[in-house]
Design a protein around this ligand. Structure first.
Ligand code: MN
Ligand code: MN
Length: 312
């Protein structure tokens, strides 16, 4: 009888079309932050990611109160949310160069201010690259950076979201253990969360392509980090092989993860309420996003068909 208590409100046999899939993509902010919401709406996103400033400059134009209120109004009129913000690529929270480290800390704090002003739930960033200083050293410095930034942003609601990395170069975060160590060293631990990038974990060596490997990967995640910290997925296929540690995103179903790999994730009842966001190559008309979202939605329908077969 345990199962019936946890039964979702919709009947097993009901059409799957009504199932709310939290699916979206990284949206451009060309023309201002509010335009990201308009773009996401146009292609039927139910969640989205964006930058909140130019992604390859240390300093961005300040966010105006007007921008923030327009953004909030548009978002409240949409069915989009939660929203994830991706930080600028220049930030390295464990940079060895003192000047870069200082700039990184100021820049991430600025990103946090912007998120708070917009009411954004999640600020996603890479843990950092140790630049030869070693992983232990890097992990300590990342936590130190986060402690300093959190101290300056007490009471903020936006979560600090560590993204799993591919482990290119000296990047930290390609093992769940490394993320765990960072979280353990952070004082305001309730502010910490994790985003799993499917391309990154795959090339980092986690087999999410076979059913057994997929289950093991998330069992490990749960044992080491805890599934309660998992707040977002970046859904990207991979141009490169498992374990290659080379980060090249591919359209869904056209890379080494493949449709089968994504079907496990898309049909996992534990992750129904977790945003799934595309970071795949795209043009201005976003037709690639629409294509990739269609492929992912179809996988849910296929999965549902498989489940229904089992009941017969
Ligand atoms: Mn990513
Ligand atoms: Mn990547």
């Amino acid at each position: 009888m345990k199962n019936s208590q946890r039964e979702p409100k919709t009947k097993k046999t009901s059409s799957n079309n009504a199932l709310p899939i939290l699916l979206g993509a990284h949206m451009s902010i060309a023309g201002g932050v509010p335009t990201a919401v308009e773009r996401a709406k146009r292609i039927g996103c139910t969640t989205m990611q964006m930058f909140v400033k130019n992604n390859n400059q240390w300093r961005g134009k300040p966010l105006t109160v007007e921008d923030a209120s327009t953004y909030k109004k548009l978002l409240s009129e949409s069915r989009i949310g939660p929203v994830v913000v991706h930080d600028t690529y220049l930030i390295n929270l464990c940079a060895v160069n003192k000047d870069i480290l200082q700039k990184s800390r100021i820049a991430l704090k600025d990103e946090m201010d912007r998120c708070e002003m917009l009411g954004v739930e999640y600020l996603n960033f890479y843990p950092g690259a140790h630049m030869g200083a070693g992983e232990e050293d890097g992990i300590k410095r990342i936590a130190e950076s986060l402690n300093l930034i959190h101290d300056q942003t007490k009471g903020y609601r936006v979560k600090s979201v560590l993204e799993t990395t591919a482990g290119q170069g000296t990047a930290i975060g390609y093992r769940f253990e490394q993320l765990r160590e960072i979280i353990d060293l952070v004082e305001q631990r309730d502010r910490m969360a994790v985003c799993v990038d499917t391309c990154h974990v795959f090339v980092a060596g986690y087999d999410i392509v076979t059913e057994k490997g997929y289950q093991q990967t998330f069992e490990e995640f749960d044992a080491i980090i805890g599934l309660d910290r998992l707040v977002a997925f970046h859904v990207n296929d991979s141009k490169r092989e498992i374990g290659s540690r080379v980060d090249r995103h591919e359209h869904i179903g056209k890379g080494y993860i493949g449709k089968k790999g994504f079907s496990f994730l898309m049909n996992d009842p534990r992750f129904v309420n977790i945003p799934k966001i595309l970071e795949t190559p795209k043009g201005e008309d976003m037709k690639e996003d629409m294509m990739n979202m269609r492929v992912l939605r179809e996988l849910v329908k296929d999965g549902e068909r498989q489940r229904l077969k089992k009941y017969r």
